[in-house]
Design a protein around this ligand. Structure first.
Ligand SMILES: [Fe+2]
Ligand SMILES: [Fe+2]
Length: 171
């Protein structure tokens, strides 16, 4: 595993975990803390803050350049969170279901690529992937699939997430 490759992994993961905190910030800004599922969203948001801080630290320790798109992800993440929360609590959960489906795949691909290389990065990714899977289950249990236009919403958000991953690895 060459350093440029793991640098790109850390760059995209740091961007993604930061983006996740912004999505939940947007949802909670719209919903307030007494809406249905607000407690669940707050709990996931706290875990995303831990993920984000860990990748911030890894980025700094290893001198990896952050993505130049951070300001864009900050705005886009918040807007996505706010927009889905405005549709309703199930749409907010559909957003989590879509994102976590994509992130599960993304982290699993990274773990396959890392193999036995870079155990520090590997164990971080594995731990976070398990949290993201749990967020996916929580979103489905909270009625994500009952959101209006669920298949369209789910696929559109997945596509956006995939695009953001591709761009953040490079830019
Ligand atoms: Fe996360
Ligand atoms: Fe998550």
């Amino acid at each position: 595993m060459t350093k440029p490759r793991t640098d790109a992994m850390i760059r995209v993961d740091q961007a993604g975990e930061f983006g996740a905190t912004r999505i939940y910030a947007g949802q909670l800004a719209v919903m307030g803390d007494r809406a249905p599922h607000a407690a669940e969203i707050g709990r996931m948001a706290q875990q995303e803050a831990v993920h984000s801080a860990r990748f911030d630290a890894l980025l700094a320790q290893r001198g990896v350049r952050p993505t130049l798109l951070q300001p864009l992800w900050s705005a886009a993440g918040f807007a996505l969170g706010a927009a889905t929360a405005l549709i309703g609590p199930e749409a907010a959960m559909a957003c989590t279901a879509a994102i976590e489906t994509e992130i599960d795949r993304h982290y699993t691909d990274q773990l396959d690529e890392l193999g036995e290389d870079d155990p520090e990065l590997g164990s971080t990714i594995r731990e976070f992937r398990d949290d993201e899977r749990e967020h996916l289950d929580a979103a489905l249990s909270a009625g994500a699939e009952q959101a209006p236009g669920y298949p369209l919403l789910f696929h559109a958000i997945r596509l956006g997430c995939r695009t953001a991953i591709r761009l953040s690895a490079k830019i």
